[in-house]
Design a binder for this molecule. Structure first.
Ligand code: MG
Ligand code: MG
Ligand code: MG
Length: 307
């Protein structure tokens, strides 16, 4: 029976590439592993897979009856459906430990680094498996993506060192131009349904019984969304109503200016105001320096909710 390696819902580049890369490592060490993903590729991931010649993984959204390895998450809400009717056999991650539990001891490897790719790079070393040129390219792109080319406060020395090593193996001499190429692809919003943009990189959280959703668009320039702000705001209202959510946030992150224009739809915006020390008298508010959802956006809000 194959083991399925899967990243979180609304997959980003790290979730997709980590599934592919870890499946490669499992195969190299004698386990029949298949990389899958829970949703379609974003334009950045599409570029990355194409660049290094990897096939697009199959979609798998239901874990019933399957053995699964979770990468880039350990939250039930972000995992495939019916996880309790399947079996989690490993977890490789770089987020806070979530709420997935198991009946048996498993290999659980989480580190406070900027990317699952950085953890995987070390697992190749531990298992004494050589990283191929193509696989190095994937891990490099994942780290550049997750750390926003080392600008995100989630970045660690381990991420930078891993990138230097991986760039050498992949034969990439100019990391910066590779990252910019990815960010330009990631910034593509033209002709995309506003709701799809909200869900492109989106996570739901439970905050003291309140459902709070947070999407993020990482953009090379906020002018890219100037013409669709009203549409985004209306789509956020729909997302809030449809999902019975207390709050929906959309981070319009300016990668170059290193900050976020935070769009907010909420039953009670005072939580948001308290969390970030801002006054919300418009649909959005600029939060200087805000780059990371997991490190800068979610924890203060959880605290404001009293989690
Ligand atoms: Mg991710
Ligand atoms: Mg990640
Ligand atoms: Mg991200």
């Amino acid at each position: 029976m194959s083991v399925y390696v899967v990243g979180h819902k609304n997959p980003d580049t790290d979730s997709v590439t980590s599934a592919i890369v870890y499946a490669e490592l499992k195969k190299a060490t004698g386990t029949d592993a298949v990389a899958v993903m829970q949703g379609g590729l974003n334009p950045e991931t599409e570029l990355v897979l194409d660049k290094f010649g990897f096939a697009v993984p199959e979609i798998m959204t239901d874990a019933a009856g399957k053995q699964v390895i979770l990468v880039d998450h350990s939250d039930i809400a972000q995992a495939p459906d019916n996880l309790d009717k399947g079996e989690v056999v490993e977890i490789i991650d770089h987020h806070k430990i979530g709420d997935v539990t198991t009946n048996n001891p498993i290999f659980f490897c989480a580190q406070p680094v900027g990317c699952t790719g950085t953890v995987l790079k070390q697992l190749f070393e531990i298992n004494k498996v050589a990283v191929s040129e193509k696989v190095a390219g994937l891990m490099l792109c994942a780290i550049l993506s997750d750390t926003v080319m080392f600008k995100s406060p989630t970045t660690t020395e381990a991420d930078k060192t891993a990138c230097e090593d991986l760039a050498k193996i992949a034969g990439i001499s100019d990391m910066e131009s590779l990252a910019l190429e990815m960010f330009r692809a990631k910034s593509a919003v033209d002709g995309v349904d506003p709701k799809d943009l909200i869900f492109r990189d989106y996570k739901d959280f439970d905050m003291k019984g309140n459902k709070v959703g947070c999407g993020q668009l990482e953009l090379v320039d906020l002018s890219l969304v100037a013409g669709i702000r009203d549409d985004l705001f209306n789509a956020m209202k729909e997302v809030k109503e449809e999902g019975g959510r207390h709050t929906v946030l959309l981070m319009l992150t300016d990668i170059m200016k290193e900050g976020t224009d935070l769009m907010v739809v909420s039953d009670d915006a005072s939580y948001v105001e308290k969390a970030y020390g801002v006054k919300l008298d418009a649909p959005s508010v600029w939060v200087d320096g805000m780059m990371s959802r997991k490190k800068q956006t979610i924890p203060p809000l959880q605290e404001a909710f009293g989690c």
